[in-house]
Design a protein around this ligand. Sequence first.
Ligand code: NI
Length: 230
Amino acid sequence: MLITIPDVLTKEQVAEAKALLESAEWVNGNTTAGPQAIQVKNNEQIPEGHPIAKQVGEIVLRALKQNPLFHSAVLPLRIYPPMFNRYAGGQTYGTHVDNSIRQIPGTPVGIRSDVSSTLFFEEPENYDGGELCIDDTYGVHRVKLPAGSMIVYPSTSLHFVTPVTRGTRLCSFFWTQSMVRDDGQRSLLFDLDLGIQRVNREFSESEAGLATSIQFTGVYHNLLRRWAEM
Ligand code: NI
């Protein structure tokens, strides 16, 4: 399930984040790639644990905390500290799959990557290329979002970034361990949640609407109880 989460950050937050990120020291992105990914990866990153990565990461995490769509779609249990990458001058990242298990640096905590997220910091018209292409059972989806918007997709997907041939692509990316590891189960819960929200919005005045909402909310929680791992 691919879901676009619009306006995770306001334009002001994007501007603040970009100014901070531009002042950081960037290094070759291969420092965090596995042995296979290293062969296809050509970009720059801010080193993990860098004070600026932490500072901007906090802005991102605070915004996610207040984002109901992210919670409904991802059902986050643990979020890896956001990382940052940039591509320019033809840089690209060939087809790969993200590592399944990651240890949060400086902690004994491991996370299983269930959901991958990419948050865009640059407006699409400011660079050519740099599309995130995600392979799923319905084919390849090409994603290039406005600054401040984010795509979430199953970490099981093969994906790649097309070469950036003009300007600079600047993004944050990170992984989430979901309470519900299976993408199909998460999709069902998300659809059910959207349905409940719609009933609440459009039929809240009627007694039947209220009864339907209560019944479906019960089903939602009982499915979550059945499927959630903590
Ligand atoms: Ni990746």
